[in-house]
Write a protein that binds this ligand. Structure first.
Ligand SMILES: Cc1ncc(COP(=O)(O)O)c(C=O)c1O
Length: 350
């Protein structure tokens, strides 16, 4: 702390990202990255951007990418908002659409960036408990609120909410913006983007960090009614007019064009996930049903923090959260078959 800090900064509680270790040999199953590389077509498109044009600013509207996303999902380009990772998209959503008198609702076990943005933008919130099975119950969201946000599949549980249940929440809340954070939707869920034309209060966010293996590029987007998108454009153009650089625009657009590679790598991650789940269950773990590229598991007889420490000693890092309700769980990203085997071996004979 310093005397130069504003009172506001002194009270901020920032998000703590998962560790990005500098040691190359670690088996890194802690931040839900994709174990497979990006589409070769995306890499080629980015390489083609490494030229003298880098002296020029990028397209402030990222039209190339906006059109690629709109075409992919069958929406208009004025229904698409782009940002520097979906974290930035979410920040603008919290700032521009979720700051109201009534509290924002989100699950008690959820993406830990949500309360951080509430702190940053002065938003009151009400954490709605997941049920006993760690599921979202739509009926719990039928109460006065200034907005609703939840990840689907949820993080860190991996549990999917069926599209009908998402629709139930939308129907019960016609006067609130409902944000469905679909960072992990491509690993087993059905996107709510199909509903945006029927629900002007629905905003769906996605990222290229997970299913399109581009976490290092930082590209995310939101799809919704043009009025919601316009609010986000206003915030963006009051904050940073060029959030996506030339490489990001070209690489992300090419990634959307390469459907074959996307389908193949998503399928591999899903198959690997099912194998890891079976192996962990054999060791006595309880694994929540996952539709994501990670799983959330606990062992009835072994302390989660102890298991995480033991794995670390074997060079395998997984994520452990200290939050009381989930303190006995480990969140484990799905890796390549070799990485997953290192996890199973590292756990040893339980
Ligand atoms: C639920 C959820 N939403 C959003 C994000 C942000 O992703 P990015 O900023 O890489 O697009 C993450 C990242 O892990 C996440 O878990």
């Amino acid at each position: 702390m310093s005397k130069f800090w504003s009172p506001f900064v002194k009270n901020l509680v920032p998000y703590v990202p998962g560790e990005q270790p500098k040691l190359a040999k670690l088996v890194k199953l802690n931040t839900n990255e994709n174990p497979y590389g990006p589409s070769p077509k995306a890499l080629a498109a980015m390489q083609a951007e490494l030229n003298d044009n880098l002296r020029l600013y990028p397209d402030p509207n990222s039209d190339l990418l906006k059109n690629a996303v709109a075409k992919y999902f069958g929406v208009q380009s004025n229904q698409v908002f782009l940002g520097n990772g979906s974290d930035e998209v979410l920040a603008h959503i919290f700032h521009g659409l979720l700051q109201h008198d009534q509290p924002l609702l989100f699950p008690d076990i959820s993406y830990s960036f949500y309360p951080v943005y509430c702190g940053l933008y002065g938003i009151k919130f009400d954490a709605v408990p997941l049920d006993e099975q760690f599921q979202i119950n739509p009926a719990d969201y039928a109460k006065p609120n200034g907005g609703i946000i939840f990840p689907n599949p949820n993080a860190p549980t991996g549990c999917l909410l069926a599209l009908e249940a998402v629709e139930q929440i939308l129907k019960a809340n016609p006067n609130s913006v409902v944000v469905v954070d679909e960072a992990y939707i491509d690993f087993g869920g059905e996107t709510a983007i199909a509903l945006v034309d029927r629900y002007p209060n629905l905003l769906v966010t996605q990222t290229l960090s997970k299913s399109r293996s581009l976490a290092g590029l930082r590209v995310g987007f939101a799809v919704g009614h043009p009025d919601l998108i316009e609010a986000l454009e206003r915030i963006k153009n009051s904050f940073n007019s060029y959030p996506l650089d030339r490489m990001a625009n070209a690489g992300a657009a090419a990634a959307f064009e390469d459907r074959e590679y996307f389908d193949k790598t998503c399928r591999l991650v899903i198959d690997n996930r099912e194998k890891v789940v079976a192996q962990l269950q054999e060791k006595g773990f309880e694994v929540l049903p996952s539709a994501a590229n990670f799983i959330f598991a606990r062992h009835p007889r072994h302390d989660a923090a102890g298991l995480a420490a033991k794995l670390r000693e074997q060079g395998v890092i997984v994520r452990h959260f200290k939050q009381e309700r989930i303190a006995q769980f480990l969140r484990i990203s799905i890796g390549t078959p070799e990485q997953n085997q290192a996890l199973i071996d590292g756990l040893g004979d339980l």
